[in-house]
Design a protein around this ligand. Structure first.
Ligand code: NOJ
Length: 716
């Protein structure tokens, strides 16, 4: 029925109407009065305003009341009564904001990611949104790139699990259901690898590297039925992704069987001209439609030039019909033909946004995302101590991170979180003025260090709440320096001289260069940008109501000069053994290893690993290890399985995460954790791009992080 209905509709539509469906414009074209946050040129679109009534979708308009009105007005004018689809960047929450995705990656818990997506879907769907431009599955290795905050991290396996979980959380089983929205995995492909970490810059990844590291997480989204894929701004092997037929039509559609909608990124069809692969709008339209990109976001090459291409026989009409069919199918799957408003509802919106249940979920996920990087025994804090909090994030509520709106009044600051843990106790604060945005030329906070030292001199413990401004992370926010600003570092150095324990809490959207302050910190807590419940979650960890369990989803560099530094690198012919040899692959002035590696994170419990073995059990190969909680604090441990293919037809990574299990251990409790080593885990993309298993020797590794592992070599 749906199929026939859509076929009939496509037959009835004119070319102009079809090309308008394939165009996405910002809400200001649909006659709304509110301005929206756009990330590129908006007004200079040069289109015939008459076509607006057929434009198929809009982006980043919010609020049930407004979207209902917009849809009503649109449907009155649209000749076929095809509803508009409302898409938006709902990245880590709609109003109840969850941690940034990089932080959620550190939970190593796909269910946490799924929960965050479910809550975001419920809230945004009540607010009239039909589709989110999330999850971002781009694998990242360079913390200079501001968008690492939107990625689950540096590992293809973890990224795949997190991405798939997010898709399931947004979409559920049936898109027509209330509280479900379609997901759009992005940015296909390799957007996370810009040279030098500079956003939008050249990407140059070998095909093997692309298949091995960068593609799996997008593929994982496709495998669980993601409805939309967004192409990236970058080039891949010299062709912009948006015009890249090999990437979109061959890999995504033909090899992976993706039959959903592909959308460009913001103006990325138009930008093929600037890249220099299209001479004019006509060529851009031809290339991108041929590549398989169905919707052109915020540029107008399709609508202005594709008709001429079809009339001149330069573009097959079938390609346009296929694209329009996919777009209409998506609208149909969302149930928009029956109910163009879906579950947009101002009453429900009020009830759901920031409701208690959603805030509780956000607090739980935030606590799971925090990573304890150092603890010389000062944490957890005992109640009854006189606490001082200093630094730009001491009292700030500006801790939502990118893509999270600007409503910070509902956020729990660190000060508020700590206050509610120790009600009635006086908490002193100092040097609390907020960090400004680098975009506005502000690079540091005012030096009030002497005053801070005086103010906090009589405290029993000092928390230094430092980091980078949330405006300095996200799109268009690349940085060449990753140290804390000079006055923040100075503040930590001087506070430490007071002779009191100093706990450094870092708020950031990327791994920063924290080595200079590490020696001055008795404990260091990586708190990322945790969203609405930030202060409560951090206080839960500081006071031991939540025993920290986060593990790094991205390596922390010793220094910027070491970047990219990541654990799953290829072996070299001259590996360093850590000694001062000359002609090996190492730096003269810095270790090869990161400051904190992938998978690293401390707990208040003391987990002891022993009895690691790899055994054959009939046909099966089982790796197992026993873990004891050698403390009286119950806690969660993430047991990690890594594998190395010792010799094969192409060079393989030195370690690859192939599995992990989270276990809960009461004080004194022990458990055995086992993993079955399957042939699937040992497969890889060979030189001819076949996914193969080659028998031979493999190192099987189990450990608490990517460096601290036990190894057994086996032959399979
Ligand atoms: C550009 C960004 O790259 C993309 O992630 C986002 O979804 C679009 N703008 C729409 O806002």
């Amino acid at each position: 029925m749906a199929k026939e209905f859509i076929e009939k509709l496509v037959k009835e539509m004119t070319i102009e109407e079809k090309l308008a469906q394939m165009t996405q414009l910002s809400p200001d074209f649909f006659d709304t009065d509110e301005s929206v946050d756009l990330t590129g040129p908006a007004k200079e679109m040069n289109i015939d305003t008459d076509c607006i009534k057929n434009v198929g979708s809009t982006l980043n308009a919010f609020g049930a009341e407004k979207l209902i009105k917009m849809q009503e007005k649109y449907l009155k004018e649209n000749p076929h009564k095809i509803p508009l689809i409302f898409m938006a960047d709902v990245i880590h929450g709609y109003k109840t904001i969850f941690p940034i995705p990089l932080a959620m990656g550190c939970s190593f818990n796909p269910d946490a990611c799924k929960k965050a997506a479910e809550v975001a879907a419920k809230e945004s769907s009540a607010a009239g949104i039909h589709l989110t431009f999330a999850p971002m599955a781009d694998l990242v290795r360079d913390p200079r790139w501001g968008r690492v905050m939107e990625s689950p991290g540096e590992d293809p396996y973890l990224n795949s699990l997190m991405t798939a979980a997010a898709v399931k959380g947004f979409q559920g089983e049936d898109l027509k259901e209330n509280g479900k929205i379609a997901a759009c995995v992005k940015h296909f492909a390799g957007y996370g690898a810009p040279e030098g970490g500079r956003d939008y810059n050249t990407v140059d990844i070998s095909t093997g590297m692309l298949y091995e590291f960068y593609l799996p997480a997008y593929k994982a989204a496709v495998d669980v039925g993601v409805k939309m894929v967004m192409t990236s701004f970058n080039i891949l092997d010299r062709i912009p992704s948006t015009a890249n037929k090999k990437l979109v039509r061959e890999i995504l559609r033909e090899k992976w069987g993706f039959d959903g909608v592909v959308i460009s990124d913001f103006n990325s069809v138009g930008e093929t001209l600037i890249h220099g692969v299209s001479e004019n709008g006509e060529e851009a339209a031809a290339k991108c439609i041929e590549a398989g990109v169905d919707i052109e976001m915020m540029s107008t090459c399709y609508i202005n030039f594709a008709k001429k291409l079809i009339e001149e026989g330069k573009l097959p009409m079938e390609l346009v019909d296929e694209a329009v069919t996919r777009i209409l199918e998506l609208k149909d799957e969302l149930g928009l033909f029956e109910n163009p408003y879906k579950d947009a509802n101002p009453e429900k919106e009020k009830e759901l946004l920031l409701c208690k249940e959603h805030r509780e979920a956000a607090r739980d996920v935030a606590a799971q995302s925090i990573v304890l990087l150092k603890n010389d025994g000062v944490l957890p804090l005992k109640k009854g101590l006189k606490v001082g909090i200093a630094g730009p994030f001491a009292t700030s509520r500006n801790v939502l991170g990118g893509w999270a709106g600007k409503d910070i009044e509902n956020v729990v600051s660190l000060y508020e979180g700590i206050s509610s843990k120790i009600p009635g106790t006086m908490i002193k604060t100092a040097m609390t003025s907020e960090l400004g945005a680098m975009q506005e030329g502000i690079f540091d906070v005012e030096d009030r260090v002497d005053e801070a030292c005086e103010q906090l001199a009589d405290c029993d413990v000092i928390i230094a709440a430092v980091g980078e401004s949330p405006s300095d992370v996200g799109e268009g926010a690349s940085k060449a320096y990753l140290r804390l600003s000079p006055n923040q570092e100075k503040m930590i150095f001087e506070l430490k001289k007071l002779g009191k324990p100093v706990i450094v809490v870092v708020f950031s959207g990327r791994p920063m260069e924290i080595k200079p302050v590490l020696g001055h910190a008795d404990a260091l807590v990586q708190a990322w940008f945790l969203g609405t419940e930030s202060g409560n979650a951090i206080a839960d960890v500081l006071f031991g109501d939540y025993n920290p369990s986060g593990r790094l989803s991205m390596s922390f560099p010793q220094t910027v000069g070491q970047i990219p530094v990541y654990y799953n690198c290829y072996g070299t012919g001259r590996p360093s053994d850590g000694t001062l040899q000359r002609y090996v692959s190492r730096y003269l002035d810095c270790p090869n290893e990161p400051l904190f590696c992938f998978g690293y994170g401390l707990s208040y419990s003391n987990f002891v690993y022993s009895g690691f073995k790899v055994e054959k059990d009939g046909e099966k190969i089982i790796a197992s290890v026993s873990i004891e909680n050698n403390s009286d604090i119950p806690g969660k441990e993430t047991v990690q399985l890594y594998i190395r293919d010792v010799a094969s037809s192409v060079v393989r990574p030195l370690k690859e995460l192939k599995g992990f299990q989270q276990i809960w251990l009461e004080g004194g409790e022990s458990k055995t954790v086992s993993f079955e080593i399957t042939k699937d885990m040992l497969k890889f993309w060979n030189y001819d791009l076949e996914y193969v298993f080659e028998p031979g020797e493999f190192d099987i590794m189990i450990g608490r992080n990517s460096e601290d592992v036990m190894v057994e070599r086996i032959k399979i």
